[in-house]
Design a protein around this ligand. Structure first.
Ligand SMILES: Cc1cc2nc3c(=O)[nH]c(=O)nc-3n(C[C@H](O)[C@H](O)[C@H](O)COP(=O)(O)O)c2cc1C
Length: 337
């Protein structure tokens, strides 16, 4: 029998398939569906500091600034004893999920101020999260800000959090860093326990009729997995961090490739949203079968065996291969004559 267990953020998981942040964790019953399908851990959907702040402002306007100057209408809304805030709902949901399932729960936080990151991560730890994923969704588009300042912001948040929380911390990163391996090494030195590569930026679209710029969420496709696999292969053995891949994992064959490259866990989101939680158990069984057929005893044995450091041709992961790849293209005769 193949040993599918994997170590991730200091936790021993039954296998490497972990649902990433998604609407599945907005409710204990849907989170339970993931556990029933065999999920080895769950990453919660994110707690957004921006939402906490905007809710606080709305409440303030609604209940405390209602003196409209219209006589009787003033103080029209009685101030209720207590309303469950967005943050309290999130924490209650986290606790309810923790009671409903027996697998580790990784909370996810998207902060916007340093004090917010610290404050909310402390609450998430107190509510029972087994680890914390920092969803640092930041588009570096400021002409005044150089890449070192962008990176330093991540380091500053991480170093501060490490002084306040004791649970493992992993950073969910975008692919848009100038020198990802160097930056991730810096994160390790600043105390990160893991990285999750890579967050997907949702691309706004232009409506050609109204000229409006429209936010658009499209689920991923399998073509996105190779980017993650490549960078995992480049990171493996160079950093001493838990490695998770997220983005484009729809096929069991790509899960096997990510593990060969060196991933500790493979996150699933779009595939579960498209095909339902039960897809996870199918993929887990297919992975087990693949390992058996290829005579691996364990996931551990597989991990990193085709990372850059262990690949037969290490240059294949780097630019050295670029010219070869371009030259390998052959178009149909009818196109290039
Ligand atoms: C509907 C939806 C909601 C998501 N919510 C979150 C979230 O709250 N926090 C987060 O870090 N990522 C969130 N994600 C991103 C996913 O966790 C995942 O990283 C991304 O979709 C790439 O993985 P995939 O290709 O398997 O979908 C969300 C994705 C989708 C499609």
């Amino acid at each position: 029998m193949v040993d599918l267990t994997t170590k991730y953020l200091g936790l021993t998981l039954a296998h490497p398939l972990v649902p990433s942040s998604s609407p599945f964790s907005k409710d204990p019953s849907t989170a339970k569906q993931l556990e029933d399908a065999g999920a080895s851990a769950i990453v919660m959907h994110s707690l957004f500091e921006e939402k906490i702040e905007s809710e606080a402002q709305q409440m303030d306007r609604f209940f405390y600034q209602q003196a409209l100057g219209i006589g009787e209408a003033d103080s029209f809304h009685p101030v209720p004893e207590h309303i469950l805030s967005y943050q309290e709902q999130y924490l209650e949901n986290l606790q309810a999920i923790k009671s409903a399932v027996n697998i580790p729960i990784i909370a996810s936080l998207n902060g916007s101020s340093l004090s917010g990151w610290i404050d909310y991560s402390t609450h998430l730890q107190q509510a029972g999260a087994d680890a914390l994923e920092l969803n640092m969704y930041y588009l570096a588009a400021n002409v005044e800000e150089d890449s070192l300042s962008v990176e330093n912001r991540y380091i500053e948040v991480l170093e501060s959090l490490k002084q306040h929380v004791t649970i493992p911390i992993t950073m969910k990163l975008s692919p848009q860093f100038s020198s990802p391996v160097h930056f991730i090494k810096r994160l390790e030195q600043a105390g990160a326990n893991g990285v999750s590569i890579f967050n997907r930026f949702y691309q706004p679209d232009i409506d050609l009729e109204t000229l409006d710029v429209i936010p658009k969420l499209e689920l991923s496709t399998a073509s996105e997995a190779l980017l993650r696999i490549r960078w995992t292969a480049l990171l493996y053995g160079r950093v001493n961090l838990s490695l998770a891949v997220t983005g484009g994992f729809h096929q069991t064959s790509d899960i096997a490739k990510a593990l060969l490259a060196g991933a500790d866990v493979v996150h699933l989101c779009s595939v579960l949203l498209k095909e339902g939680a039960s897809k996870l158990s199918k993929m887990r069984n297919e992975l087990e079968q693949w390992l058996e057929e290829h005579e691996y005893d364990s996931v551990q044995q597989l991990k990193g065996s085709v990372s850059q450091q262990h690949a037969i041709d290490p240059s294949a992961y780097e630019r050295a291969n670029y010219i070869q790849v371009l030259d390998s293209y052959s178009s149909p005769k009818s196109v290039l004559r």
